[in-house]
Ligand binder design. Structure first.
Ligand code: C2E
Ligand code: MG
Ligand code: MG
Ligand code: MG
Length: 286
């Protein structure tokens, strides 16, 4: 009986493994094609001031719309892209498209930043400094309008390899933000060494405020520490008015989340916040 049980478990295990590696292979081949065939889309999610609600920026979030019309979310393919060496080409594409849109907003006289997520592989192996410099040059975007987000997990594990690159990026004039802040469960010493200007409080801490006493304390502590270190804070994952009220009460200045908007295609962002609507059908002036 024991043997039979063991064999069954093993069979189930290998079957699952086969399925998983097949899916990985499909995704990898598909992703390579997607890059060539323009199946990737960049969505934008607005970021706003808690007080007054002015939209000051947009986070660029990648989507893959397959030929079958299925929208594949980044968490399913970004890790694979990293393993298969595709994250450099992918990352360059994201930078180029994001800077292109941000430059349009800038030319329309809007005060909008664009935030781009960097993957660890881009920072450690690629020529991220060259990629960013080129994206800025080719688009004509002012460097201070580009923000690069790097996860706290990466910064903690790769502080030594990353620190030089981050200083070089900072010297280009772009802003640097720590993404998913608070999830790294580690020392905060890296904050002293790295030229970052902004922390993005991970959405897991926002979900249960107000109400969860621990999360309330953590959010308050992050805000107080950031304030003393001279860092700006963006609260991520704000879905409810009570969460926004809580953040306002804690003195948090910036937020992002479904309450304001889900990530939307570039054309939609452009119409709602990017000055695109006024250009298409001008409001008659008095
Ligand atoms: P992230 O950078 O932390 O992005 C925030 C994620 O939270 C996004 O998921 C966004 O849609 C989601 N989100 C925003 N507001 C809310 C909210 O109020 N509630 C909830 N439940 N979720 C919210 P998304 O677009 O699926 O992206 C997931 C992750 O994939 C990103 O996390 C980022 O790490 C990665 N990613 C996305 N685009 C890129 C990219 O172009 N390059 C790289 N390297 N990574 C990317
Ligand atoms: Mg991010
Ligand atoms: Mg995040
Ligand atoms: Mg995240």
């Amino acid at each position: 009986r024991a043997k039979a049980l063991k064999r069954n478990t093993w069979q189930r295990y290998t079957a699952a493994l086969g399925e998983e590696s097949r899916e990985r292979f499909d995704i990898e081949v598909g992703l390579r094609r997607a890059l060539e065939r323009n199946e990737l889309q960049l969505y934008f999610q607005p970021q706003a001031f808690v007080d007054g609600g002015r939209v000051f920026g947009a986070e660029a979030l990648i989507r893959w719309v397959s030929q079958e019309g299925e929208t594949i979310m980044p968490e399913r393919f970004i890790p694979l892209a990293e393993e298969s060496g595709l994250s450099h080409a992918l990352g360059r594409w994201v930078l180029d498209v994001a800077c292109h849109h941000a430059r349009r907003w800038e030319q329309r006289g809007l005060d909008l930043q664009v935030a781009v997520n960097l993957s660890g592989a881009q920072v450690v192996n690629g020529d991220i400094v060259g990629d960013v410099r080129r994206a800025l040059q080719e688009s004509g975007l002012s460097p201070e309008r580009l923000e690069l987000e790097i996860t706290e997990g990466f910064l903690i594990n790769h502080a030594d390899e990353g620190v030089g690159v981050l200083h070089e990026l900072r010297e280009l004039g772009v802003m640097l933000a720590v993404d998913d802040f608070g999830t790294g469960y580690s020392s905060l010493a890296y904050l002293k060494r790295l030229p970052v200007q902004r922390l993005k409080i991970d959405q897991s801490f926002i979900r249960d405020v107000p109400g969860d006493a621990d999360d309330e304390i953590i959010v308050a502590a992050i805000l107080s520490m950031a304030g003393r270190l001279g860092l700006e804070v963006v609260a991520e994952g704000v879905e409810l008015p009570v969460q926004l009220d809580f953040l306002a009460g804690q003195g948090c200045e910036r937020y992002q989340g479904f309450l304001l908007s889900r990530p939307v295609p570039a054309e939609v962002f452009d119409r709602r916040w990017g000055g695109g609507a006024e250009l298409c059908d001008p409001v008659p002036s008095r």
